[in-house]
Design a protein around this ligand. Structure first.
Ligand code: FAD
Length: 285
C-alpha cells in the first residue's frame, strides 16, 4: 500500500514528486516517462522564475535530470480508473492495479472534449487505452482517433493486432505507413453502437463502422477517471490546499483551472504534496 499515487508527469506531478521524495513518503508516480508533451512543446518559456529564457526541450532536460538525481522512478502507464475502496484507493492501469491511501491528480487539461456517445459507451466498445484493451480486437476492425503524434506507437501497436485500422489523426505530418491502416480526415462528431458494431460519425455522411473505437488523447475527463469527483466546466474543484471533494484525493495544475501556467502547476503540486503529508499524519492519530 502506497502513501500516495501521483498521476501525471507534467509540472504539477513533478513538483509533487520532488516534494514527497524530500518528505520521505512512499509513493508511486504514474504517467509518461518522457514527461508531459506540453513541457517539450513550448518554444520559449519566459515567465518561469530563475530561468530568464528557456526552451521547452531545455526545461524537460532540466526536469529529467533533477528527477534522476533524486532517484525518483516513473511508472510509464496510463491510468484507466481510480476507485474508492473505503479507507484506500485502487488505481487501475488496464489489467494492473495499485493501492494507495491518497491520490494526487496532476492530469492537465483535456483539449479535445468528449463527443456524443463517447462516455456512455466507454468500456462497451470505446476505449482510451491501446495497451490495456488492444488485445480485445485481435484480427478485428477498429477505428482510432489520435489527438497527437505522441500516440503513433500506440496506433502501430493496434495495427499489429487488428485486421484493419481506420485512423483519424488530429495533427499533420502523420508518420504511419502501414498496409492495414487507412487515414481519414475530419473531426469525429458522435459514436453509436448498433448490432454490436461501433459507428463513428465523421460528418458529411461519412460513417466509419468497426468493432471498437480507441480515443487516444493526453487527458480524459477527471470525473470519468475518478467516479464521484466534483468538477466544474471541465476542471476539478479544489480548495486552497488542493483538497477535492473526495477524502484523500488532491489535485494540482492545469486540471484545477486557469491560468494554465508552469508556475501555478508547480506551486499547486507542492501544496498537494504537503496536504498529503498532513492528511497522512492525521490518519495516524
Ligand atoms: C505550446 C505550449 C507552450 C506553453 N508555454 C508556456 C509558457 O511559456 N509559460 C507557462 O507558464 N506555461 C506555458 N504552457 C502551459 C504549461 O505547459 C502548462 O501550464 C503545464 O504543462 C501544466 O502542467 P500540468 O502538470 O498541470 O499538466 P500537463 O503538463 O498537461 O501534464 C499532465 C500529465 O498528466 C498525464 N496524464 C493525464 N491523464 C493521465 C492518465 N489517465 N494516466 C497517466 N497519466 C495521465 C499526461 O500524460 C501528462 O503527463 C505552454 C503550453 C503549451 C502547450
Amino acid at each position: 500500500m502506497f502513501d500516495t499515487i501521483i498521476i501525471g508527469t507534467g509540472a504539477a506531478g513533478i513538483s509533487a514528486a520532488l516534494t514527497l521524495k524530500q518528505l520521505n513518503k512512499n509513493f508511486l508516480w504514474i504517467g509518461p516517462k518522457n514527461l508531459s508533451f506540453k513541457i517539450n512543446s513550448a518554444e520559449k518559456i519566459r515567465n518561469y522564475p530563475g530561468l530568464s529564457s528557456v526552451s521547452g526541450k531545455e526545461m524537460k532536460e532540466a526536469f529529467l535530470k533533477q528527477i534522476n538525481d533524486m532517484e525518483i522512478e516513473i511508472l510509464d502507464k496510463q491510468v484507466t480508473g481510480v476507485y474508492d475502496l473505503g479507507d484506500y484507493y485502487s488505481v487501475l492501469c488496464g489489467q494492473d492495479s495499485y493501492d494507495s491511501k491518497t491520490i494526487i491528480l496532476g492530469l492537465g487539461v483535456e483539449s479535445v472534449k468528449p463527443i456524443n456517445g463517447e462516455i456512455e459507451l466507454l468500456g462497451q466498445g470505446v476505449s482510451y487505452c491501446a495497451t490495456c484493451d488492444g488485445f480485445l480486437y485481435k484480427n478485428k476492425e477498429i477505428t482510432v482517433f489520435s489527438s497527437s503524434k505522441e500516440f503513433e506507437h500506440e496506433v502501430t501497436y493496434l495495427a499489429s493486432l487488428a485486421n484493419h485500422v481506420n485512423l483519424i489523426p488530429l495533427y499533420k505530418d502523420v508518420d504511419i505507413n502501414l498496409e492495414n491502416v487507412t487515414i481519414f480526415k475530419g473531426m469525429p462528431k458522435s459514436i453509436k453502437k448498433e448490432n454490436k458494431k461501433m459507428l463513428l460519425d465523421l460528418g458529411n455522411n461519412n460513417i466509419l463502422e468497426s468493432d471498437g473505437i480507441f480515443m487516444l488523447k493526453a487527458s480524459i475527463s477527471p470525473s470519468v477517471l475518478v467516479p464521484g469527483l466534483e468538477d466544474k466546466d471541465g476542471h476539478i474543484v479544489v480548495d486552497r490546499l488542493c483538497n477535492t471533494n473526495l477524502k484523500g484525493v488532491f489535485a494540482a495544475g492545469d486540471c484545477t483551472g486557469r491560468p494554465y501556467q508552469y508556475a501555478k502547476a508547480v506551486g499547486e503540486g507542492n501544496v498537494a504534496a504537503h496536504s498529503v503529508n498532513h492528511y497522512l499524519s492525521e490518519l495516524k492519530k
